[in-house]
Write a protein of this length. Structure first.
Length: 365
């Protein structure tokens, strides 16, 4: 039996643990410090089809990542696990200019051929939109796609780890290489997956690597309302603000993208208050909601904002992923699935050469 260590239990690590544990030839141990983890602080929207990013490889990963949720959910349900972390309630896109809305409609309509998951695609008036999400203001028309979904990150990873049955050790660890063997927490492993997000440099620098991954702080605020929000679509106005309704009257608002704040986990009430004012413009009823919590997570991103995964250069038994940025809930499970496949010598729908790890992780000379 081969022993595999997975360091980091966000979307990537927990999905890798789940799929690798299905193979009895592998014994999986997950190490997760958890503090500041982006996934635990994430309330995500799965709706990549409206992105205007020119990076074709990124879009392919995001498109396939959205599709992959259907496979992941089917697999978990087959194993007897609930999948409330994912709700396909649709997405509303709001734009200040009417022509921007029509251009987005055309873009998504073209993409529907390869992404039927987009579903029903329509431009709605305010009165039509109110049938899905009452009391939404600040627009004349919006773009609706029924295939958009919301994901609760912490519930996703909790479910995957429970389904994996893997041992989960909650502590901060390092990777040590001695005489060609890989040591984590005084145990020797045959293979290692590094899925530590923004903390990847911390693990690889002591081994003589330069790592192009830096931290980005994200904050969001959770509210409790008396509304029946179970089927409300997620709302994406222009800019950073998203309004994400969940079950039982819970609504999340966020998230910030702060590139110069390092690894600090302090809540910036002023920043969230400013975002709340913007949210109230679109959703005045939020003023009657009770603030129940604020969440802070640290995303990892690269200098060109592209993700990567694969074998760490010169260490064929060590795999890593990074640079997912604010797309981690969309792309993370698919990357984790691929890393589990790579450990077993299999390939998947993504080609690692399109996401070259050697561009971002380099051995110091």
């Amino acid at each position: 039996m081969k022993k595999v260590a997975i360091i980091g239990a966000g979307t990537v690590g927990s999905t890798a643990a789940y799929y690798l544990s299905k193979n009895p030839a592998y014994q999986v141990t997950v190490f997760d410090y958890g503090q500041g983890q982006a996934t635990k602080a994430a309330a995500g929207i799965i709706s990549p089809w409206f992105s205007k990013r020119r990076n074709k490889e990124w879009y392919r990963m995001a498109r396939l990542g959205a599709d992959f949720y259907l496979d992941l959910i089917a697999d978990l349900q087959k194993d007897g696990f609930a999948t409330e972390f994912y709700q396909q309630t649709g997405v509303f896109l709001l734009k200040k200019k009417e022509e921007s809305l029509e251009a987005l409609y055309d873009l998504a309509d073209q993409r529907r051929k390869e992404s039927p998951l987009i579903g029903d695609l329509r431009l709605l008036s305010r009165a039509e939109a109110a049938e899905y999400f009452p009391d939404l203001k600040g627009f004349d028309r919006l773009l609706y796609a029924s295939g958009g979904a919301r994901v609760e990150g912490s519930l996703l990873t909790h479910t995957l780890l429970a389904a994996s049955g893997a041992e989960v050790i909650q502590k901060k660890v390092s990777l040590d290489i001695r005489d060609g063997a890989f040591w984590v927490d005084s145990c020797c492993f045959d293979q290692v997956i590094l899925a530590t997000g923004a903390w990847l440099p911390e693990l690889l620098k002591p081994l003589g690597y330069q790592v192009d991954v830096r931290p980005q702080k994200g904050q969001l605020r959770d509210y409790q309302t008396a509304l029946v929000t179970d089927d409300y679509p997620v709302v994406m106005p222009e800019g950073e603000l998203d309004i994400i309704p969940f079950q039982n009257g819970k609504i999340s608002m966020g998230a910030t993208h702060e590139n110069e704040m390092g690894y600090g986990l302090g809540v910036d009430q002023g920043l969230l208050d400013k975002m709340e004012q913007e949210a109230l413009y679109y959703f005045p009823s939020l003023s009657q909601a009770k603030v129940v919590s604020e969440r802070v997570g640290i995303r990892g991103y690269t200098s060109d904002f592209s993700p990567f995964f694969g074998q760490v250069p010169n260490l064929p038994q060590v795999l890593a992923a990074g640079g997912l940025g604010s797309s981690g809930l969309t792309t993370g499970p698919l990357i984790g699935y691929h890393l589990a496949h790579m450990v077993q010598g299999k390939s998947g729908s993504l080609n690692p050469t399109d996401y070259p790890i050697e561009r971002y992780i380099k051995k110091e000379k």
